[in-house]
Write a protein that binds this ligand. Structure first.
Ligand code: CUO
Length: 696
């Protein structure tokens, strides 16, 4: 069994290389038969495979398939094309792959391995990687197979294209036993300070942030077919989580903009207006051997007529769907295909906006506004395929957050969700929902390691290494590191003193952070500031009667995944006792990167407000269907829990997900079970090496 598991993992290795060649550091060779030969190797594939097999330390037998998947749709994607889930045609291909891989009977792992090998040989590598990952995560017999770090298998989606020729040279010239010097990626490689949007490059182009976004969409597919479709798509509150996770991205991004003297992002509301934001990604696709198309300033959405993608959608279609969604929000009712109506809620709205063909209550009427918005934005340079150009970075979940326009589009999407939250059909919280009788927060503070100033957070720059070798096709083996610079912060902890006038009980601690003033340096109205609050942590604590002191480390945050999970090659952790937990990357890899938990702040010190609330656990508690323990530290705030219900009964974003009609500023919002504390975020403008880098 464990052999099959490690063989499955090898199917991720060197995704653009044929399966004929050895895989993994130990150079294992899959023993191909004629059934498994790719077309271009039909004449000599077996001979080549045998020759590699002669030197192999390990040979992996494959079973001839009695039922050969046809992959009628999936085979239509050329092996050297880029793949986008936002394109319905590509999504249908992925559905087909997932359905085939899920159809192999459970616990027939050798059959599953052979079917996956067949799929890998015959399909586009990016399509295979996605379908294979989703199938691994959702099959009961493979759900703990670690999915390797996507930045290591497809590094070209995350790093400056210049790094790859240098990496190939290093791999060719320097033997494996001599350490290869890490290749440093400059901090500013996509633009200069002449472009003010470039001030946010450290956020948009962060490897961990982009990995999180890719992983979130891997965990929450919006489409699937076949008998397992609902199990894959209809996860607990997934439409609401689509809203909330992206809302938090916009809140975090807006906060970063203020730290960089830019105003909040302008939502893209007039879809016929030119777009001033340009983006030149400087990424190459190792699949297509082409650069990702850039976007000039001043371009506009165009009707899309791309026969090759089977994509025919007009701006008028988008406007019609939008009117229908706006009508649903205004009336609080969704119209169903059978003419009946049902009340609109945030979960339904998320699924109909994204949209999920399986979960949208009426795909015909409400369309697929969000997904198509990505496609419109990605094809402005070639809306009719006249130039045979592929899509821009905004249509790939692993690269979309690099583009400044992503945030303008999602600001519009979020604004639409907020219109629902501000409508007459979502009632404001009552005092009894907000308070926690008998629980009084007496003080809350932040203590930062190495600082004796309370309520100060310190950020700084760090250089970390990522190993490119798993994705560096057709090169000699051995690690080749790219060294890039990212934001980080000094570890800190919250210390909260609470008095409980009642008997022992539990409470949910909710921690949020927002800038104290707006772009004009004026205090916020609560209805604006509520959209700026970023969730920092959420956890349940036991309270004794009387005085309690709660301490919680920044590294324990329910929003984030540990640094190691973002960056380290999980297969390299050997006998690390945490391996068990960390290896469950499939779900646990989803989460905001720990190094981006704290906003950058400013060198002079940016003023923030920390909001802490101990909510009434009676109203928070979720009864899980079974008492199974969580196998790893899961970032449940943004990613939920695998096979379980979302662990908080309140609406996501509570208590800031909706406006208050009675109070206008955050100071007046605070009840005895809450605290509001002024915090300063100071950027220490130094760059330090990550002590975990293999080479210093
Ligand atoms: Cu995550 Cu638009 O959904 O990017």
């Amino acid at each position: 069994m464990s052999d099959v598991i490690s063989s499955l993992q090898l199917l991720f290795d060197r995704p653009n290389e044929s399966l004929i060649t050895p895989k993994g550091e130990k150079k294992a060779v899959f023993q191909l038969t004629e059934q498994f030969l790719p077309k271009e190797y039909e004449s000599n594939g077996l001979e080549l495979n045998n020759r590699f097999g002669d030197d192999a330390s390990e040979k992996i037998p494959l079973k001839n398939l009695s039922r050969i998947p046809k992959f009628t749709k999936a085979r239509q994607l050329p092996v050297d094309a880029d793949f986008s889930l936002f394109l319905p045609k590509h999504q249908q291909m992925a559905d087909e792959v997932i359905e085939e891989l899920m159809a192999v009977p459970t616990n027939q792992l050798q059959d599953f391995l052979s079917t996956c090998a067949f799929a890998r040989v015959n399909l586009n590598p990016q399509l295979f990687n996605y379908g294979f990952s989703v199938a691994l995560m959702h099959r009961p017999d493979t759900k703990n197979v670690p999915i390797p770090n996507f930045a290591e298998t497809f590094p070209s989606k995350f790093l400056d294209s210049q790094v790859f020729s240098q990496a190939r040279e290093a791999a060719a010239v320097i033997p494996q036993d001599i350490p290869r010097t890490p290749i440093t990626i400059p901090r500013d490689y996509t633009a200069t300070d002449l472009e003010e949007e470039h001030r946010l490059a450290y956020f948009r182009e962060d490897v961990g942030i982009n990995l999180h976004h890719w992983h979130w969409h891997l965990v929450y597919p919006f489409s699937a077919t076949g008998p397992n479709a609902r199990a894959i798509v209809a996860k607990d509150r997934r439409g609401e989580l689509f809203f909330y996770m992206h809302q938090q991205i916009i809140a975090r991004y807006n906060g970063e903009r203020l730290n960089n003297s830019l105003k909040r992002v302008k939502k893209f509301a007039n879809w016929r207006e030119p777009i001033p934001e340009a983006y030149f990604p400087k990424l190459d696709s190792l699949t297509s051997s082409r650069g990702w198309p850039p976007r000039q300033a001043g371009m506009s959405w165009q009707d899309l007529n791309r026969a090759a993608d089977n994509l025919h959608v007009s701006i008028s279609d988008m406007e019609r769907w939008r009117r229908n969604v706006e009508e649903a929000i205004a009336t609080g009712q969704v119209r169903l295909p059978n003419g009946q109506q049902q009340p609109l809620d945030i979960d339904t709205l998320g699924n109909m906006m994204e949209s999920s063909p399986l979960l949208s209550p009426n795909p015909e009427l409400y369309g697929a506004i969000h997904n198509n918005g990505h496609s419109f934005s990605a094809y402005m340079h070639d809306p009719t395929h006249r130039y045979l150009e592929s899509f821009g970075v905004i249509a790939d979940e692993a690269t979309t957050m690099r583009d400044p326009f992503f945030y303008r589009w999602h600001a519009w999407v979020d604004d639409t969700f907020q219109k629902h939250k501000e409508s007459a059909y979502v009632r404001p919280y009552t005092r009894s929902e907000l308070e926690n009788p008998g629980v009084m927060v007496q003080s809350a503070r932040i203590e930062t390691t190495g600082s004796n100033q309370a309520n100060t957070l310190n950020t700084f720059w760090m250089q970390s290494d990522v190993d490119l070798s798993k994705g560096l096709d057709f090169s000699n083996r051995g690690p080749v590191y790219a060294r890039f610079t990212h934001l980080n912060h000094r570890p800190f902890r919250y210390v909260i003193n609470v008095n409980n006038a009642g008997s022992a009980r539990r409470a949910t601690v909710r921690v949020f952070l927002a800038p104290k003033v707006d772009e004009r340096n004026l205090p916020w109205s609560l209805n604006d500031q509520r959209k700026m609050f970023v969730e920092m942590d959420r956890f349940v604590v036991p309270l004794n009667g009387g005085a309690n002191t709660i301490t919680r480390q920044s590294t324990e945050s329910s929003v984030t995944i540990p640094f190691e999970q973002t960056f380290r090659d999980l297969s390299a952790q050997g006998n690390d006792p945490r391996q068990q937990g960390l290896a469950a990357f499939n779900f646990c890899g989803c989460g905001w990167p720990q190094h981006m938990l704290v906003p950058k702040g400013t060198e002079a010190g940016a003023q923030y407000q920390l909001f802490v609330m101990l909510s009434n656990y009676e109203l928070d508690q979720v009864e899980q269907p079974d008492g199974r323990q969580i196998s790893c530290k899961e970032a449940s705030s943004f990613c939920g829990l695998r096979d379980r219900l979302y662990p908080d009964r309140r609406p996501m974003g509570f208590p800031f997900d909706r406006p208050s009609r009675s109070v206008t500023n955050i100071e007046d919002f605070v009840l005895p079970n809450m605290a509001l504390v002024d915090v300063t975020i100071s950027l220490q403008n130094v760059t330090e090496r990550n002590p975990r880098n293999v080479q210093q």
